[in-house]
Design a binder for this molecule. Structure first.
Ligand code: FES
Length: 145
């Protein structure tokens, strides 16, 4: 008996993705702002309880996030959450970006299944830690001046 492996894989993929919004699928398949930034102003690497890590790099110009990128070793939902949090933070002032919550990430993604909600928390935490890293470097620089 033979069967079409490609078709089976495609059907399985469809079934898996059926619980996710179109926005999640889009960001998981075409992540925005992926990669790193050389000589970033702020950087953080945060690992969640599930073992997935999100890294965020950012550049700040005139008090705003002028450039922001991410990388993750996580699954599609983690990729979508990292992609969305960078989209939400881009161009924001630091206080505005610090107010981005996991709920904002979830809402922008059109929601996530219960078991994937923590991906939004990991993404928001990584963003906040990267901003704090930048703020700490500013304090260090002002002490040295
Ligand atoms: S599965 Fe753990 S952060 Fe997404």
């Amino acid at each position: 008996m033979s069967f079409d492996l490609d078709r089976l894989a495609e059907e399985l993929q469809k079934k898996i993705w059926s619980q996710f919004s179109d926005v999640v699928i889009d960001h998981a398949n075409n992540p925005r702002n992926i990669g790193s930034i050389e000589e970033a102003d702020g950087y953080a690497s945060v690992t969640g309880l599930c073992g997935d890590t999100i890294q965020i790099w950012l550049k700040v110009k005139d008090g705003r996030i002028s450039q922001i990128t991410f990388w993750t070793d996580g699954c599609g939902t983690t990729i979508a959450a990292g992609s969305m949090v960078t989209e939400l933070a881009k161009g924001k002032t630091l206080p505005e970006a610090l107010q981005i919550t996991p709920r904002d990430v979830l809402d922008a993604l059109g929601g996530l299944p219960e078991e994937s909600v923590h991906c939004a928390f990991l993404a928001a935490n990584a963003l906040h830690e990267a901003i704090k890293d930048y703020q700490k470097s500013q304090v260090r620089d002002s002490v040295q001046d």
